[in-house]
Design a protein around this ligand. Structure first.
Ligand code: SAH
Ligand code: SF4
Ligand code: F3S
Length: 468
């Protein structure tokens, strides 16, 4: 566990190229981090394995947003002990948010783990894997404030982007909001924004490779550049206001769609709202996490907005873009949440008419402000469960109604490939709805193409369409 070990960069040694397998949990940021690790490994001479069995290097990219996610890793690591024993020289690495939190402790607790890398140390993965092959067990989880985390070598063409027409683009990382329930400020560190020039350059290179849709990523993506603007050093840091960044990206040839995720309701200035009305590529969908509809709970969550302020934002956004689709995240069973608070959440969801939502039972996270409330004010598990079910069942009806209202309308989908159940081509429309092409549609559209369609049927999870 020498964390001061000299780490050499370079190609993996050995008689044949070593093969890697990545397993990813958590949010889009983690999915994109795995893409970055994959790119670094390809640049270092590794090739992608077709299965874990074939791999010499296996990396688990972890999430710790809820207890369940974290436990998932521990049971996984149990299973991976036999993977590790299944071949000589196999190397097991753990990265992501649990790694950032636990660091060395993972090496101590799990002898099968060879190296640990935190969310700021993706760049070190090839060197850590190399050192592990030589018998060193290292954990590197120090927070790096430097911008070099953003500027990785351009992804080689072999990178297995699931959907060639769409790409994630990191604009900022970290979170300074410290909502009382959330571990992310611990696992992702302080907010840091990437210079606009570098973002634009990466976007251009993605567009040249056929990417049509950019998904701008950040833990609180619309906080992009805010500290520099407030301090008056935007120029020195090379950042812009978030809306201005989007305006510049929208001008790039080839970019037909821009999304961003996840924004915080506090950081919608007038220009960002206006951009939804006047920028054609900016998609008419915003994922706008609200967490609760009760002022008391929002206050205890330290969300820094109230119910009315959130609803006003929705009105402003819809004022700019009347057909805007909204989705959200919700937590039920936050410590002290009463039946009345929960009713307020149900009512807010109906009032906004979210086309979809992701709801979670509150899960205490170590070291967060709310975790200490759990001892005295915990909502009993059966109550949490009942509230979750009530919320999800209400959402199901709202989603189905929104989908039905789309039947007979025209839209455009960006094709991703085969639908989940197979047999149909599938993609997303500008509202971020999954749209499957009916079996009658000719199968001549490659993934990444934009296809005009007419919606012919609605289901609770997706829309069915025919080429128009
Ligand atoms: N940065 C995003 C949230 C990222 S975490 C934002 O501010 O909206 C994704 C979602 O996980 C959150 O929106 C929240 O609904 C949920 N979540 C976070 N911490 C949680 C916890 N301790 N228990 C249950 N759900 C949680
Ligand atoms: Fe977590 Fe709040 Fe930051 Fe979102 S804004 S990542 S919920 S602390
Ligand atoms: Fe999970 Fe870390 Fe994302 S905790 S949700 S992987 S930022």
């Amino acid at each position: 566990m020498e964390s001061s070990v000299e780490l050499r960069m370079g190609a993996a040694p050995g008689p044949r190229p070593r093969r890697f397998w990545l397993r990813t949990f958590g949010c889009q940021m983690n999915v994109h981090d795995s893409e970055k690790v994959e790119s670094l490994l390809l640049h270092s001479g590794y090739t992608a394995a077709r299965s874990p069995d074939e791999a010499d290097l296996l990396i688990v990219n972890t999430c710790s947003i809820r207890e369940k996610a974290e436990h998932r890793l521990y049971s996984d690591l149990g299973l991976l002990r036999s993977w590790k024993e299944g071949g000589p020289g196999r190397v097991l690495g753990v990265g992501g948010c649990v790694a950032q939190q636990e660091g060395d402790a993972l090496l101590l607790r799990f002898p099968q783990v060879d190296f640990v890398f935190g969310t700021h140390n993706l760049r070190l993965v090839p060197a850590l894997a190399l050192a592990a092959g030589e018998g060193q067990r290292v954990a590197r989880t120090e927070e790096r404030r430097s911008l070099d985390r953003f500027e990785l070598p351009i992804a080689p063409p072999e990178l297995s982007r699931k959907n060639p027409g769409r790409a994630y683009l990191t604009v900022m990382e970290g979170c300074d909001m410290f909502c009382s329930f959330c571990i992310v400020p611990v696992t992702r560190g302080r907010e840091i924004s990437r210079p606009a020039e570098a973002i634009l350059r990466e976007a251009e290179s993605l567009a040249q490779r056929g990417v049509r849709e950019l998904i701008l990523l950040g833990q609180t993506v619309n906080a992009y550049g805010r500290h520099a603007l407030r301090r008056g050093n935007a120029e020195a840091t090379g950042t812009l206001a978030f809306a201005e960044l989007i305006r510049r990206l929208a001008k790039l040839p080839g970019i037909s769609r821009i999304r961003y995720t996840s924004p915080h309701p506090l950081f919608f200035d007038d220009d960002l709202v206006a951009a939804h009305g006047d920028l054609a590529p900016l998609c008419p969908h915003v994922h706008l996490p609200v967490q609760s509809g009760s002022d008391a709970v929002l206050r205890a969550m330290r969300r820094r907005y109230g119910r009315e302020q959130y609803l006003r934002l929705v009105t402003r956004l819809r004022g700019a873009r009347p057909d805007l689709a909204l989705t959200t995240d919700l937590i039920v069973g936050f410590p002290g949440e009463t039946d009345r608070d929960f009713e307020d959440t149900l009512a807010l969801v109906r009032e906004v008419g979210f086309v979809d939502s992701y709801s979670f039972k509150y899960s205490p996270r170590p070291g967060t402000a709310a975790a200490s409330l759990e001892a005295s004010q915990a909502v009993p598990e059966p109550v949490k469960q009942a509230r979750l079910e009530a919320l999800q069942s209400q959402q199901k009806s709202l989603t189905l109604a929104a989908h039905r209202a789309r039947v007979g309308t025209r839209t455009e989908i960006l094709l991703e490939g085969e639908s989940r159940r197979g047999g149909q081509l599938s993609g997303r429309d500008p509202y971020h709805r999954i749209v499957n092409l009916s079996a009658r549609a000719p199968g001549s559209f490659p993934p990444g193409s934009l296809v005009p369609v007419e919606v012919v049927e609605a289901t609770p999870h997706s829309l069915l369409a025919e080429p128009a």
